[in-house]
Every structure is written in structure tokens, then in C-alpha cells.
Design a protein around this ligand. Structure first.
Ligand code: EPZ
Length: 418
């Protein structure tokens, strides 16, 4: 298994570029099942999760071709409606094919997605939404099966602004007769990107980015070329890298609005954040101070940046309080940060961080994608060597992060697969 070795305490300096968004590409790949032609996606990151979604589409009969950062998906040959467990368990987001299959074929059978380190990740909001649209839902033999078609116009109120449920229900409604209204919808930028993609294929969707989305059903969707938005979480991760290393980094290919919650928190912490049309400069060299953070649905502080900002707060003398409101078990990185000398106490969903002016390199393990990123960041600050195992988690969501960090002066190497 490959591993990373980070040798810390050097300020990072230089310019780094952000790849396309994993969490925008995945639902848009699922949405390509709605098109009986070919879609071309550009700016697609080279990630394990993207490969798994491509496998899922091919299992359903679609053709997927990759040329550098371009993905060509032909949905005209889709002839199956069942997604087996080995794919669904490998990556939760593969359940996003369910809405598209219901919309196009009025039938879908998807194995339950696996839970993961950060929580049980139920599907109840997705299934309740499909039922409200008139689909019959059966849950048996480890599968979720949807059958039938919409009752016509429907209004669905989500108990929680779930990103995946919003995306799945948008896709389920797009080819059904009548108008579907989603209330208490998630407002993440990836939802807006999905709406833009679907509308360019001929869908009639309005309101993405707000809490009410209106989908007017259409009869067919055509081919389209679409550039996915930049990855706001990768951008946030590099912004924290500049702050935790007390360096000065220019991050390009960022949509400022999408990273606003992270920008305002870093400024509160005392980092200097300068914004330009071409990108964002983060200067971490000044006096940094503790801060209190609560993760919230967008446009609040993103849960996907919680481990990374915890690493930063662990390196700032003083007490910070971090509340994780989205996932019930997203503190798996705490015990790994403690191995590096971090002083963090966890009470349920609250972490109390007593930051220190030094951390020590140690042998640690990535427990999930963003936890792995947090360990790299902590390694940039720590004295000595940090050896990070299970970086397969990191490969799921970061496109050669060690190469990108090397380009701005980080002493980070990837060990051989032994
Ligand atoms: C998406 O996951 C992202 N993944 C996650 O990013 C991100 O952390 C999450 O949204 C929150 O922003 C992708 O977009 C592929 P949710 P998703 O449904 O859609 C509960 C990363 O690191 N819930 O908004 O699965 C759920 O358990 C990943 O890139 C239900 O209870 O998240 C969680 O507590 C990690 N029932 C909360 O809602 C449901 O039916 C938010 O989940 C669905 C969700």
C-alpha cells in the first residue's frame, strides 16, 4: 500500500492550480444516463471516485471514454437498471444513478451504499422523495428498488437539505410529466452546476442554489459539452496549507463565492486573504489566533473542510471550539492528530482544541478522504517526518496532491507500493 512522507516546518511559497470538482463531476456523470446521446465533460479530475462512477455507468451499459481531463459518456446504449453491491459499496455517490434510472426507465434497483468512517450515511431522504413522486419503493435483499412513474406535479419537503437527495430527486423529476418542487433543498454550488448541465441538455430547472428548486418535466434530453466547476474543497485545502505552513500561496482556478465561508474563517483566524479575478492569495505568516467553527450546509462552513481547519487550529496557541453538525462520526482524524501531539478533546459532536506552537511528526493513518488531507497539512507544520498510511482514501478525492504541494516547496514524497 502506498504511503506519503511529509517533512514539515517550511513555509510554502508559489502558485498552485485547483482541479475540477469531484462532487460536481459525480452527479453530472450520473445525470448523463438521462441522455440518449453523448455528453462531453471537460476539466474532469483524475480521481479514484471518478473511475468507480465510470465503472457504474459501464455496468449499466453506457460507454465511457477518457482523454486527459475530458470524459465522453454515451448513454444511448444503457440497457440495465440494476447497480450491484460491489460498486455501490465501493462509493456511496454511485447511488446517484437511481434518480436518473427512475426518470428514464421508471425502474431502478440499486444496492445499499456502504456506510463509511464518517457516518452511517442513510438513504431515507432519497427514498421518501422518490415515493412522494409516485414511485413504489421496495427495500429487500440489500437493494433499494423503485418502480412506476410520477403522479404528475408534486411538492417534496426534505427533512434536511441533503446534497445527494437534492441531486437524486432533481434527476428523477427531469423526464417525468408535470412539475416537481423541492423545498428545503441543498444549496451547494455542485447543485447549481448540475442544474446548469441538465438545462443545457434541455431540462427546465430553476432555483438551484436557493432552498426551493422547480423542475418542469420534459420528454427528452440532448447531447451537450460541459466544463465542471473547480473543486472548492481542494481549493480550501490549499488555502489552509498556506496558513498552517505560515507561507504565501497563490491559488488559481477558484470561484471566490464557492470558498467564501473558508475565506472569512481564515481571515478571522488572522491569515491575510487577497482575492483577484485570477485567484486567491493566502498569506499565513502573521500572528494567527484561535477561532470557533460550526459546520453547516452551504453557505455555512463546509463539513468537508472540518478536518483540515482542525489541523490548522491545532497549530495555533489558544483554545478553539469546533462543532460538526452534519455527520455523526466525523472526528476519526482526532486520534491521528493526537499522535502528532495535538491537544484535542471530543465530547459528542464538539471538539475542543488547545492549539500548540509545535507538533511532532509521527506515523499516522488516513481514516477517510478529508482526514487524510488534514494529516498532510499537520505534517507540513510538524517537526520531523510524518508517515501517512492508507492514502488510498486521499487518492479518492485529490488529484496527485503530493505533486501539487511539491510545486510550492513542500517536502512530501510518495512511498512505493510495497
Ligand atoms: C455529499 O455527500 C458530499 N459527497 C460529501 O462529501 C459531503 O460531506 C456531504 O454532501 C455534505 O456536504 C458528494 O457530493 C459525492 P448529505 P451526501 O446527503 O450527499 C444525512 C467528500 O469528502 N442524510 O448532504 O452523502 C447524512 O447521514 C464527501 O467529498 C440522511 O440522514 O451528504 C448526513 O448526516 C464526504 N438521510 C447529512 O444528512 C439521507 O437520505 C448530510 O448528508 C441522506 C443524508
Amino acid at each position: 500500500m502506498d504511503y506519503l512522507v511529509v517533512r514539515g516546518s517550511k513555509p510554502l511559497k508559489g502558485q498552485i492550480s485547483v482541479s475540477g470538482s469531484k462532487n460536481s463531476t459525480l452527479p453530472i456523470m450520473a445525470a448523463s444516463l438521462l441522455c440518449s446521446g453523448e455528453v462531453v465533460l471537460t476539466g474532469v479530475p483524475d480521481l479514484e471516485d471518478i473511475k468507480v462512477m465510470a465503472q457504474a455507468l459501464e455496468i449499466l451499459g453506457a460507454k465511457v471514454k477518457r482523454e486527459k481531463d475530458v470524459l465522453i459518456i454515451d448513454g444511448s446504449t444503457v440497457n440495465k437498471i440494476e447497480l450491484p453491491e460491489e460498486i455501490s459499496r465501493k462509493m456511496r455517490a454511485s447511488n446517484l444513478v437511481m434518480g436518473a434510472l427512475l426518470s428514464r426507465f421508471h425502474h431502478a434497483r440499486v444496492a445499499y451504499p456502504g456506510g463509511c468512517a464518517i457516518g452511517t450515511r442513510p438513504m431515507d431522504l432519497h427514498l421518501k422523495g422518490f415515493q412522494s413522486m409516485g414511485f413504489t419503493i421496495k427495500e429487500e435483499f440489500g437493494f433499494m428498488e423503485g418502480l412506476g412513474s410520477s403522479l404528475g406535479s408534486q411538492e417534496i419537503l426534505l427533512d434536511f437539505p441533503s446534497v445527494g437527495a437534492t441531486e437524486n430527486l432533481m434527476m428523477a423529476a427531469v423526464l417525468l410529466p408535470g412539475t416537481t418542487i423541492l423545498r428545503n433543498a441543498a444549496r451547494e454550488p455542485e447543485i447549481v452546476d448540475l442544474q446548469n448541465f441538465l438545462n443545457r441538455m434541455g431540462a427546465k430547472i430553476r432555483g438551484a442554489g436557493l432552498d426551493t428548486i422547480r423542475i418542469e418535466g420534459v420528454s427528452r434530453l440532448g447531447s451537450v459539452e460541459h466544463a465542471v466547476i473547480p473543486d472548492r474543497i481542494e481549493a480550501g485545502t490549499f488555502m489552509v496549507a498556506a496558513a498552517i505552513s505560515r507561507g504565501e500561496v497563490f491559488i488559481e482556478n477558484v470561484v471566490l463565492e464557492h470558498v467564501q465561508p473558508v475565506v472569512s474563517k481564515l481571515r478571522e483566524i488572522g491569515a491575510e486573504v487577497l482575492t483577484y479575478n485570477s485567484g486567491i492569495k493566502v498569506v499565513g505568516g502573521g500572528r494567527l489566533r484561535p477561532a470557533d467553527i460550526k459546520t453547516m450546509p452551504y453557505p455555512g462552513f463546509p463539513t468537508d473542510m472540518q478536518p483540515q481547519i482542525m489541523a490548522l487550529l491545532s497549530s495555533i496557541v489558544g483554545t478553539s471550539v469546533l462543532v460538526e453538525t452534519i455527520f455523526e462520526n466525523r472526528f476519526m482524524h482526532v486520534q491521528e492528530l493526537r499522535r502528532m501531539g495535538a491537544d484535542i478533546k471530543v465530547e459528542g459532536r464538539v471538539a475542543i482544541i488547545k492549539g500548540k506552537n509545535r507538533l511532532e511528526g509521527a506515523s499516522v493513518e488516513a481514516t477517510d478522504l478529508r482526514a487524510g488531507a488534514a494529516l498532510i497539512l499537520a505534517g507540513l507544520f510538524a517537526d520531523g517526518e510524518t508517515h501517512i498510511n492508507r492514502i488510498d482514501h486521499i487518492d479518492r478525492g485529490y488529484d496527485k496532491i503530493h505533486v501539487k504541494l511539491q510545486s510550492i516547496g513542500a517536502d512530501i514524497t510518495r512511498g512505493p507500493r510495497t
